[in-house]
Design a protein around this ligand. Structure first.
Ligand SMILES: *Cc1c(COP(=O)(O)O)cnc(C)c1O
Length: 365
């Protein structure tokens, strides 16, 4: 059986180094807000290309902390609108509604699967204050047009970079393209911890201080509380693991790119559509293919010993959690959710496995 993703094999790639780093933390007796977090904040800010990085508990917290901090700073207020892609993972939308802001859903472009830059301007109203990009599947959603629109309308440009660690736009990395970006180090992401972990990157000094304080009960100085904050911290153990794994991220993304290239060159079943690949700005967190008989294809591959996933079966606005939106229709988003199938694409796969997957898909009738 070829698993969709084996976290055991992913961790085994750097087993000794990770174990040594974790043991060092265990023996140090210092488990929160210590050296490993400071080091990772430095390393990751440098990697992404921002002045600051603030570690936190997980990716959803990172998203929420950005929006909450802008509320505290007076740049966002209750009822303000945030433009966001309709076809994202629900966490992006949750962070917006959690902060009493209004998500304005915009369809993706079917060719890129990212938010349709042409539809953003039409979605702007007098209450719009921000655009939240999601670099979904590991592809860059940022375009210069989007940046121009944000400047023209004085909107904050925010990034959900949970799926795109290492992705580039020209010389810059996603996570450094707007005012602030949220990152998740959930174990299955391209850069994954051995548990929950997240971070915010930004060049904004004031935002940095506000987020640091909000994530620490609203306190910048011990026993003095400026905000009604939360507790969202990265364990020292997770920071130590990430300090090891960050060193190998580019190499591992490179392996993903090679696998994706093989899929692109060799999958030629007329029932199956691949998206146009702009390899330069894609770190292939997820490799999506499209097929009208998606469920049957998934079963066929399972019977052939290949595990696949669907990202995602139900869009956020069709979830019970957002029942107030259940009557809405976004045809491109629905097409993606009905026909998408994600192939295994990760740095532990062998060439033989990749070839086997290609052969099985090409034989599908
Ligand atoms: C994984 C993910 C998140 C949430 O990250 P967690 O660390 O699991 O909270 C947010 N947005 C997107 C697009 C994601 O894929």
């Amino acid at each position: 059986m070829i698993k969709y993703l084996s976290l055991q094999s992913i961790t085994a790639l750097h087993d000794t180094e990770i174990s040594t780093a974790v043991e060092r933390v265990i023996r140090s007796g210092w488990y929160l807000q210590g050296q490993q977090n400071r080091l990772f904040e430095e390393n990751y800010a440098q990697y992404i290309g921002t002045k600051h990085c603030i570690t936190c508990g997980n990716g959803l917290d990172a998203l929420c902390l950005i929006l909450r901090a802008y509320r505290e700073l007076g740049l966002l207020k209750e009822g303000d609108e945030v433009i966001v892609p309709a076809n994202t993972y629900i966490a992006t939308i949750l962070s917006i509604t959690e902060n009493q802001l209004t998500p304005v859903l915009v369809e993706p472009d079917i060719n890129t699967l990212e938010i349709d830059e042409q539809q953003i301007e039409q979605a702007i109203t007098p209450r719009t204050r921000a655009v939240m990009l999601v670099h979904l599947y590991g592809r860059c959603a940022y375009t210069s047009l989007i940046s121009n629109i944000c400047q023209r309308y004085n909107l904050l440009l925010l990034e959900d970079n949970a799926q795109a660690h290492g992705c580039q736009y020209g010389e810059k990395r996603t996570g450094s393209l707007g005012n602030a970006a949220a990152h998740s180090f959930y174990p299955g992401k391209n850069l994954g911890a051995l548990g929950d972990a997240g971070a915010v990157t930004t060049d904004d000094e004031q935002l940095t201080q506000t987020i640091q304080s909000l994530a620490n009960y609203g306190s910048a100085r011990k026993y003095e509380f400026t905000f009604k904050g939360i507790n969202s911290r990265m364990d020292e153990i997770q920071a130590a693991v990430l300090n090891v794994k960050l060193q190998y991220l580019n190499e591992e993304n490179q392996r993903r790119k090679m696998i994706a290239k093989a899929y692109h060159e060799d999958i030629n079943n007329p029932q199956i559509t691949l998206t146009k690949d702009n390899d330069r700005d894609n770190v292939h967190h997820i490799f999506p293919i499209f097929c009208p008989s998606r469920n049957r294809l998934q079963q066929y591959l399972k019977d052939s010993g290949i595990e696949t996933m669907i990202h995602y079966p139900i869009p956020p606005y069709q979830q019970q959690a957002y029942k107030e939106w259940n009557e809405r229709h976004y045809p491109i988003t629905e097409f993606i959710h009905q026909q998408e199938l994600s192939l295994p694409c990760n740095p532990t796969m062998t060439d033989e496995e990749v070839q086997f997957i290609i052969d099985q898909i090409n034989k599908y009738q």
